[in-house]
Ligand binder design. Structure first.
Ligand SMILES: [Zn+2]
Ligand SMILES: [Zn+2]
Length: 178
């Protein structure tokens, strides 16, 4: 994991660029139990870091290509991603109580710095999580799989869909005839 010591950030600020390989990212995702996606390319990040008034300000950009699974047709597809971000980090209290320690989830830690270090890998990964669609589609018009025969309807249509559609609207047909 890529971290940076606060004491090593000069007054005028710091410009960083770094790259993390798929293997180390996957190890991190496994720790978080977040393995519902994969990286096709390394994660490339850049950040401008500045200290002021006891806070740390970061503006930066993350860029990678993810491998996601379409929720409609279950096919895996490439998802290029490039997103800017802006964060303000607050110092975490010196001696957190037991309750606060238990609360220490990834999000909780994200906007804090602790022990004089900034966890840049974690910050970069969190930006990626925020950009992953809740329901990824391989294409906007993905037709999905037939619920009856399981055929990928993007590749070919099947008979069962037509049958279901026509038998699904008998009342409507009658209405129109009357
Ligand atoms: Zn799809
Ligand atoms: Zn079918």
């Amino acid at each position: 994991m890529f971290t940076w010591k606060l004491g090593e950030i000069p007054e005028e600020g710091l410009d960083l660029k770094w790259k993390e390989e798929r293997a180390s990212l996957l190890a991190y995702l496994r720790d978080l139990s977040r393995i519902d996606f994969d990286f096709e390319t390394p994660l490339q990040s850049e950040a401008k870091i500045k200290k002021a008034g006891g806070l740390v300000f970061i503006t930066g950009k993350v860029q990678t290509i993810l491998r996601l699974q379409c929720v409609r047709c279950l096919k895996e597809f490439s998802y290029p991603l490039s997103t800017p971000f802006e964060l303000t980090l607050h110092p975490l209290k010196e001696a957190p109580s037991e309750e606060e320690t238990e609360l220490g989830s990834e999000e909780m830690e994200l906007n804090f710095f602790e022990g004089g270090e900034i966890h840049l890998s974690q910050i970069a990964c969190e930006q990626i999580f925020l950009e992953i669609p809740y329901q990824p589609f391989c294409q906007e018009e993905c037709k999905g799989l037939c619920p009856i025969c399981g055929k990928d309807l993007n590749l070919s249509s099947c008979e069962c869909v037509k049958e279901e559609l026509t038998s699904g609207f008998p009342a409507l047909k009658k209405l129109k005839l009357d």
